[in-house]
Every structure is written in C-alpha cells, then in structure tokens.
Design a binder for this molecule. Structure first.
Ligand SMILES: [Zn+2]
Ligand SMILES: [Zn+2]
Length: 130
C-alpha cells in the first residue's frame, strides 16, 4: 500500500515537474527539468523526474519533441510547428496559422489526420550574432 504521505509527495513532485515545463518555452530536456526541480525539491532523483515527465506525456498535459535525436518536452498544447535552429539547437514554436498548408500529393485513398513537420535553419538570434 502507498501511504497518503507518499501519495502527497508524488503529486507534489508531479506538479513541480509540470510547473517547470510550463515555465519555459525552450522545450527543455529531462536534464534541464531535473536541475530546475532540484532547486525546490533537492531530494528528487533523475529517475523520478523521468517518470513524472512520462506520466505527464501519457496524460496529455505535455508533449514530447524529438530534436536531433534528443528528447525534449513542450507544454504548449496549441497546434504548432517547430523551427529548430541548427546553430544553437533552440526549438521555436511557429503558430500553425502562419504556415500555409502545403499541397501534398498523397496517393489516393490515404486519409490525412495529422501532419508532423519541422523546419530547420538558423534562428534570428544566431543570424544577428553571425
Ligand atoms: Zn539559434
Ligand atoms: Zn513547441
């Protein structure tokens, strides 16, 4: 049996992890979330942070984003695309409405329900530095 205190600790950790992911638009890695969560909950382990991130993804509260083979997390639940900067590895949200739907020529008979599309390039910050 899991005690009430244990349960409370668990939901507190989960809330904290969610809060940290929501606090940034940077699409953080699990390591970054771990580092931030530890500022408030110093005893938390990386495994706990991973478990909570997975739970939040499963419950649909956050999304996973795979960027350059690295798993990152996104609290933005609105439909949007990602622009991935090859220079700073930053992920930027691009409002779906700004991207005109490309005229895909799919073979007849395929019903499209979702489109996954990422943009790669150099972000405005990195261009300014160049
Ligand atoms: Zn950049
Ligand atoms: Zn995003």
């Amino acid at each position: 049996m899991i005690s009430d205190a244990h349960q409370r600790k668990r939901s507190k950790q989960r809330e904290k992890v969610l809060g940290v992911v929501r606090s940034t638009k940077s699409h953080p890695t699990a390591d970054w979330v771990f580092h931030e969560v530890r500022k408030d909950l110093p005893n938390v382990s990386l495994a706990t942070v991973y478990r909570n991130l997975n739970l939040l993804v499963e419950s649909g509260e956050i999304n996973e984003v795979l960027c350059d083979g690295q798993l990152r997390f996104d609290a933005n639940k609105d439909e949007h695309f990602h622009f991935i900067c090859r220079s700073c590895k930053g992920i930027y949200d691009i409002d779906e409405a700004r991207v005109s739907s490309p005229d895909f020529k799919l073979p007849r008979g395929y019903l499209v329900q979702d489109v996954r599309m990422d943009f790669y390039g150099v972000c405005p910050n990195c261009q300014a530095k160049a």
